[in-house]
Ligand binder design. Structure first.
Ligand code: FMN
Length: 167
């Protein structure tokens, strides 16, 4: 378990190889096992494999060029009617995204988290491109596929970020 936490890296080069349906379902299932406020699970996932749409995404997201090689992306969005408190879909969906990334890593798949929120214009562009209803808010895109690059594990533990009892 801790293995995938340390091994996971953002992948920006993908092999020309589709993601098997079983693996896709597994990562979506893992996402849905995330904690959420009052267990409301206010998340939705749009799986996109069409090359035309993957190219459209690159036109509206300035840092998404890895989608030219990724065979798939998943838009993660929150249902503002379902969330426990106003804006809590962000924490709920972020927890689901991290589960998804770690599950993908455990299945030898690569991912890259691409932020949409909090850029309002970008959120509107994604809502339009994916025909999302007005009460659904996109949080991020996850690029998904078999990695075509290897990355070393960085050193990140920083004792100065840890506070005991009070700041
Ligand atoms: C909220 C958020 C937004 C991000 N947006 C992008 C993005 O637009 N494009 C991109 O290439 N990476 C994006 N990333 C990935 C980060 O750049 C990456 O996680 C960070 O550099 C650490 O590297 P690692 O994921 O390999 O540990 C995003 C990550 C998060 C959490």
């Amino acid at each position: 378990m801790l293995d995938v936490i340390y091994k996971r890296r953002s992948i920006r080069k993908y092999q020309n190889k589709p993601v098997e349906e079983e693996k896709l379902n597994e990562v979506l299932k893992a996402a849905m096992y995330a904690p959420s406020g009052m267990n409301k699970q206010p998340w939705h996932f749009i799986v996109c494999k069409e090359r035309k749409t993957l190219d459209e995404v690159q036109k509206i997201h300035p840092y998404s060029s890895m989608l030219s090689s990724a065979p798939c992306c998943i838009i993660v969005a929150g249902d503002t009617k379902m969330e426990h408190a106003k804006g809590s879909y962000i924490q709920d969906c972020a927890a689901a995204v991290e589960n998804l990334l770690l599950a993908a890593c455990a299945l030898e798949l690569g991912t890259c988290w691409l932020g949409i929120y909090p850029d309002k214009t970008r959120q509107e562009q994604f809502k339009k491109l994916f025909n999302m209803p007005s009460d659904i808010e996109p949080l991020c895109v996850v690029a998904l596929g078999y990695p075509d690059e290897k990355k070393d594990m960085p050193q990140r533990f920083d004792q100065s970020k840890v506070h005991f009892e009070k700041w």
